[in-house]
Design a protein around this ligand. Structure first.
Ligand code: ZN
Ligand code: ZN
Length: 284
């Protein structure tokens, strides 16, 4: 498989330690990460003088590389990566604790193997709160945005549900939002299965997962729930703290869980590959 040559901004320094020549620096803007021109970059593009087009030696007009960089920056901003994960890069995964090394390798391989026309199966990272699951998926998303020009959307699951409900309540229906999320190259769902999970929420999630399943498009998800077989119990029984805990299947429902198992590979953070889930090859 050939990987595209790295994109370089004509006005950026090729050996810049911040941007590596892409000409974009990732900074925090309130709750989100955004891409801004790197400090190494000249104010005006030396190739096109900011006209965004250049004339080839054979007289053909074409888009300047700086315009492709600008498009990557726009897509980065639209992705909505959370602002507190500015340090999440694939390189940072090398520093993860030994118990997360397998998941780190899988996430790195996933990001490096991704192509728009033949995307690999998605990933579900699961484990207790505080293990760095979100850091891992943001690192993968950031890489695809900056090095491949992918269209990515990051959503915390409960925010997605709130957005869908708001669209529904405004009488717009949820379909325009679902259409967009159903088609984007990579959808990142953080904290899958969290929340109240009303019938409306179940239905919206089923609709969204079905769209991506049918389109053959990957999901990167994190969840605090174990992907064991459903127990039939949706919420933890507070009267029995040591009793059985709800699983991911309990939380998202049989149909969504079954699709996720076909679309994704599951890796725990804080341990080795879970053979029960990863031996079952995702079908793409
Ligand atoms: Zn730079
Ligand atoms: Zn230019």
């Amino acid at each position: 498989m050939s990987v595209d040559a790295p994109l370089r901004h004509p006005g950026a320094s090729a050996d810049c330690p911040v941007c590596g020549g892409l000409g974009l620096e990732i900074v925090r803007d309130k709750a989100r990460l955004i891409a801004t021109p790197c400090r190494c970059r000249l104010d005006v593009c030396p190739a096109c003088e900011d006209r965004a087009v250049v004339i080839d030696p054979d007289g053909v007009m074409r888009a300047c590389t700086c315009a492709r960089v600008a498009r990557r920056a726009r897509r980065f901003d639209e992705a909505g990566l959370p602002g507190r994960y500015g340090a999440a890069t694939l390189a940072s995964l090398a520093d993860t604790e030994p118990a997360n090394a397998t998941a780190a390798s899988r996430v790195r391989e996933w990001a490096e193997s991704w192509t728009a026309h033949d995307p690999p199966p998605g990933l579900v990272l699961y484990g207790p709160v505080g293990r760095g699951k979100t850091h891992f998926v943001v690192a993968a998303a950031r890489t695809l945005l900056l090095t491949r020009g992918a269209r990515v959307r990051f959503l915390e699951f409960t925010h997605l549900i709130a957005d869908l409900k708001a669209a529904f309540d405004r009488g717009e229906g949820a379909s325009s939002l679902l259409d967009g999320l159903g088609e984007i190259d990579v959808l990142v769902l953080d904290e899958l299965g969290k929340g109240r999970l009303t019938e409306f929420e179940d239905q919206m999630l089923d609709d969204l997962i079905s769209r991506r399943y049918n389109a053959g498009l990957p999901i990167l998800a994190t969840t605090n729930y174990d992907p064991r077989e459903p127990t039939g119990q949706r919420t933890a029984n507070l009267a029995r703290p040591g009793g059985p805990q709800p699983t991911l299947g309990d939380r998202v429902g049989d149909r969504v869980f079954s699709r996720l198992r076909e679309m994704c590979r599951f890796y725990p953070l804080g341990g080795e590959d879970d053979l029960r889930t990863t031996s079952r090859k995702a079908r793409w």
